[in-house]
Design a protein around this ligand. Structure first.
Ligand SMILES: Cc1cc2nc3c(=O)[nH]c(=O)nc-3n(C[C@H](O)[C@H](O)[C@H](O)COP(=O)(O)O)c2cc1C
Length: 166
């Protein structure tokens, strides 16, 4: 079972998280807001999808900021994690989706295996802390400027990561 964990300030990430859950189906995945998560519940999953928007100066969404110290106490070493970031490439082109770059570093340091990197070519931005080896570390969604591409991006990505997360 895959645990999908999201944090959302103005509900864009919640909306996208529900779509991602829909692609996997209720028999494969469950959805949780990080602000309501206990460690027992967290530990019950074999694979994870972490979904965050970016706020402030390229920071994690607020509920993730609170949850990360908790995450550091849980055991995700050796588990598989996929990341999804929401951002706004037009208004924040210098720190587009930086939040998943922050999460990537945490999760890697905790010994998890991160899957689901994606190509940067269909986005226009100057800089992003979410890039490693010329790719985004996860799926990147821009509901502010490219909401028409969201469904296709999700479907294509879920098809690719489905096997790696099972
Ligand atoms: C004050 C403010 C700061 C933001 N900072 C960033 C940023 O640094 N990088 C980025 O890519 N997007 C940034 N965004 C865009 C949000 O991440 C984007 O709108 C996202 O879809 C919000 O998702 P949520 O409603 O689930 O939190 C910012 C938006 C606001 C209003």
């Amino acid at each position: 079972m895959i645990g999908i964990f999201y944090g959302s300030s103005t509900l864009n990430t919640e909306f996208v998280s529900q779509k991602i859950l829909g692609e996997f189906g209720a028999d494969r995945a469950r959805l949780h807001n990080v602000k309501d998560v206990s460690s027992d519940l967290f530990d019950s999953y074999s694979a994870y999808i972490f979904i965050t928007s970016t706020w402030g100066a390229g920071d994690l969404q607020d509920d993730w900021e609170v949850f990360v110290p908790e995450l550091e106490k849980m055991s995700i070493s050796g588990k598989t994690v996929a990341l999804v970031g929401l951002g706004d490439q037009k208004n924040y082109p210098e720190r587009f989706c930086d939040g998943i770059g922050v999460l990537y570093d945490k999760v890697e340091a905790l010994g998890a295996r991160v899957v689901g990197s994606t190509d940067t070519s269909s986005y226009e931005f100057k800089r992003s802390a979410a890039i490693r080896r010329d790719k985004f570390v996860g799926l990147v969604i821009d509901e502010d400027n490219q909401s028409d591409l969201t469904d296709d991006r999700i479907t294509t990505w879920v098809k690719r990561v489905r096997k790696e997360l099972s």
